[in-house]
Design a protein around this ligand. Structure first.
Ligand code: DGL
Length: 268
């Protein structure tokens, strides 16, 4: 099917998910919506996140997409059930694939999950992991400063400020002797080096973006929704704030030049 895949995120973070999708599904046409006027979602209330998620999904549904990806962990934690009821197409979120992979990989049964305040507060990761295996022990920690650190570009593994912040947030997970850590936020894969340095090289980091891309491929195959063409797919971006900022910031996440960005209003 030629119809596009629709992806939304609160801003640029979802580009980590898009990057993984492009690696394994190069022939798909894709529309990405970044709600850059309302980012960050991670500090907002359940009701507000739900309202924004509806607006994003409705916008993409109007573009006649064949599958919806909620690339934002915060939006996924809060709005997945409602969006599945609202949209008559497959809806893929980023929580379950990461939870599944963590539950399969852990050896000592102790899993850490880090994310935004709203993601941690929702308890969605906890429920998802416990549903897969009630014996597993799950330790959650909100790391709100990680998002601005990544957006500032302070991601090198020897960045003193990022290391200090990471140590402050993560020392309690280290003390719990977790062997697996779910990076439950779009931005955190960019801090892998810093996190590994703080947690120790033995730690298994679960990148939700990679797991989600595999899940999307599986659903497209199972439901016969793959684009059969052998031509590189089209890539179209919509943002709710300044396209220029999205292009420059987004390059760091996607590592390819971002073109074709249009500014839109999703909430009137
Ligand atoms: N995209 C968000 C997430 O994955 C992080 C940024 C935000 O708070 O909006 O949770």
């Amino acid at each position: 099917m030629k119809e596009p895949i629709g992806i939304f995120d609160s801003g640029i973070g979802g580009l980590t998910v898009l990057k993984e999708i492009l690696k394994i599904l190069p022939y798909e046409n894709i529309i990405y919506l970044g709600d850059t006027a309302r980012v960050p979602y991670g500090i907002r209330s359940h009701e507000t996140i739900l309202k924004y998620s509806y607006a994003n999904a409705d916008f993409l549904m109007n573009q006649r997409i064949k599958l919806l990806v909620i690339a934002c962990n915060t939006a996924s934690s809060v709005s997945t059930e409602k969006l599945k009821e609202r949209c008559k197409i497959p809806v893929i979120e980023v929580i379950t694939p990461g939870a599944k992979s963590a539950s399969e990989i852990t050896e000592n049964g102790k899993i850490g999950v880090i994310g935004t305040e709203a993601t941690v507060r929702s308890g969605t990761y906890l429920r998802a992991i416990k549903k897969l295996n009630p014996q597993l022990r799950v330790y959650l920690k909100a790391c709100p400063l990680f998002v601005p650190l990544v957006e500032e570009g302070w991601t090198e593994e020897d960045n003193e400020v990022s290391l200090m912040v990471a140590d402050k947030y993560l020392h309690e997970l280290r003390d719990k002797e977790i062997d697996t850590l779910v990076l439950g936020c779009t931005h955190y894969p960019l801090l892998k080096g810093v996190i590994r340095k703080v947690m120790g090289r033995h730690i298994r980091l679960i990148d939700s973006a990679q797991e989600t891309a595999k899940e999307i491929m599986k659903i497209l195959q199972e439901r016969n929704l793959m684009n059969e063409g052998q031509k590189k797919g089209s890539l179209q971006f919509f943002v709710t704030d300044d396209p220029e900022r999205f292009k420059t910031m987004g390059y760091r996440f996607l590592e390819i030049e971002i073109e074709n960005v249009t500014r839109v209003e999703t909430i009137r």
